[in-house]
Design a binder for this molecule. Structure first.
Ligand code: FA5
Length: 340
């Protein structure tokens, strides 16, 4: 597999195109859902566990290289009309500004790729939900004070805007059912969340979370910690300082808050981390037996973990963005600078 990756690196570096159609053909060949790189991602399952990390990082770099080469080829046409032929009468008289992906999309795709390689299914839930999915199926009692933890936007028809991605847990448990012996139910579900918040440098009323869930016969806190470490190391491409505190959520027992050392101020204290040096990033825990039961999964037989990553906050950390409001600002000048 290593040789295959190396060959592809050389191949990608040497790619040329004579028209935008050819650029598109290259995209389909290498980067589409059934393209060479996606196929390679599938083969990743067979890589021995002790080499997964090294090969995984190489594959990420390969995907990155292909994306960047494609972008370069596209830009060539934006500036010149055609790459090699000098006079293309169909080209525009002025350079066409190309769009870029939103930093949140870049980080979301990066994490989805990591988890896909680890065998997780990517799912998504609706943004408009009902009380059962957002609260009751997650073990929030009717008069539970925890319901007040999240300021909910209610719609006139009684439905509500999803306040957290945990809202999809029940649907996913019911859709896939208990795992077969020796297997685990592994799902990742990113989504937009809404809370009636006072907006400041680190709080938005519309932001993204990314939920992960793993259920099987012997899933323990060690599995949870392993996956969290892989995730953070790959995203930041280095070891990051984290701390685990007990956390309370009615749908996990025990529950934890995983904080990350604020990489914006290096832990010195800044408005983003509210001068604490730490940013709350990754609440997680072992799924409460009641939640498993409500999802049709026998808690006597199965255990599982869940985590709810603050994706917008993670993107802030990764790109050193000091104010969360940038993401929804539509400020293209700033948003366009993030390409990987
Ligand atoms: C939850 O939403 C839980 N559903 C997470 C969870 C899942 C716990 C599974 C256990 C098991 P919390 O309200 O803390 O937890 O939000 C999770 C993350 O979303 C926070 O750590 C933070 O990074 C992000 N977040 C929350 N509110 C905002 C906001 N207003 N703006 C931006 N990010 C936010």
């Amino acid at each position: 597999m290593r040789e295959k990756i190396e060959t592809l690196f050389t191949e990608i570096e040497r790619l040329t195109a004579n028209s935008l159609e050819e650029v598109e053909a290259i995209r389909i060949k290498y980067l589409s859902k059934k393209g060479i790189i996606a196929t390679l991602m599938d083969e990743f399952r067979h890589v021995p566990a002790d080499r997964k990390r090294e090969v995984g990082m190489k594959m990420n770099a390969l995907k990155q290289a292909a994306t960047e080469r494609l972008q370069q080829l596209k830009e060539q046409f934006a500036q010149n009309g055609t790459a090699q032929a000098g006079n293309d009468l169909s080209r525009t008289a002025y350079p066409v500004a190309l769009g870029t992906r939103h930093p949140l999309s870049i980080v979301r795709e990066e994490i989805c790729d990591i988890f896909k390689r680890l065998g997780f299914t990517i799912a998504e839930g609706p943004e408009v939900e009902d009380d059962w999915h957002v609260f009751s199926s997650l073990n929030f009692a009717d008069d539970h004070p925890a319901r007040d933890m999240q300021d909910t936007f209610y719609l006139e028809n009684g439905q509500l805007l999803k306040t957290h991605t945990s809202a999809a847990q029940n649907t996913i448990m019911r859709k896939y059912g208990p795992p077969k012996p020796g297997h685990a139910l592994k799902a990742l579900f990113p989504g937009r969340c809404f809370r009636n918040e006072n907006i400041d440098a680190s709080h938005e009323n519309t932001f993204f979370q990314l939920e992960g869930m793993m259920i099987g016969e012997n899933i323990s806190i060690s599995n949870l910690i392993y996956f969290m470490k892989v995730l953070l190391t790959e995203v930041f491409e280095r070891e990051v300082k984290v701390r685990l505190r007990p956390g309370f959520f009615p749908f996990v027992e025990p529950g934890f808050e995983l904080d990350i050392n604020c990489v914006i101020c290096g832990g010195e204290g800044c408005p983003t981390c509210k001068h604490s040096g730490w940013l709350e990033l990754l609440p997680c825990g072992m799924i409460h037996p009641n939640v498993l039961s409500m999802g049709g999964i026998d808690p006597e037989k199965y255990t599982g973990f869940a985590f709810g990553l603050g994706l917008t906050r993670l993107a802030m950390m990764k790109y050193n963005i000091r104010d969360i409001r940038l993401f929804n600002s539509g400020n293209l000048k700033q948003l366009k600078q993030f390409t990987r």
